[in-house]
Design a protein. Sequence first.
Lengths: 113, 115
Amino acid sequence: DVKVTQSSRYLVKRTGEKVFLECVQDMDHENMFWYRQDPGLGLRLIYFSYDVKMKEKGDIPEGYSVSREKKERFSLILESASTNQTSMYLCASSLSPWREGQFFGPGTRLTVL
Amino acid sequence: AQSVAQPEDQVNVAEGNPLTVKCTYSVSGNPYLFWYVQYPNRGLQFLLKYITGDNLVKGSYGFEAEFNKSQTSFHLKKPSALVSDSALYFCAVRDGGNAGNMLTFGGGTRLMVKP
């Protein structure tokens, strides 16, 4: 089974802090994604990567950056956390071309105080 | 642009009754359609997909979905609901004709199955 793991299930940070969310997948998938999930808004794509060192902006990239130095790891970075970034963050991975759907991690619930 | 609508925030159904969770979509090319389920404090799990072929797609846990091109719908169904089906369900679409497009998710529908 594909396994996508995220470094933390719950995280509490203060406004202005730099925050790192880590995601690792073990199935050699080319594509990796970061979403945020908010009630009533569904999932919104922040960034995705289709190869090592490659990244593309999603629908809501403002305030975020990403890093993919190794194929299995995709990091989401909040350079200066703000309260409106309090959310559930979901990482996903997929094969390319991805007709099989995406495989999701358990999520990180981030609270910014 | 592609979009997905899940018109119901919540669906309530009694255990043993059939359930339907609605989804309509909009894409310019051929749709790739997906249903995901999210149990409390968990990530999303893939349920089923439609890429091409038979309009009735069967997936995990006894769920199925019917692709209707004329109505641009992909409703999720199950003949007999279980209390354990209570969860948040997401429909997603991708324009299969555009390699650069990502999945677009609906807002989610909470399914509550009462004993």
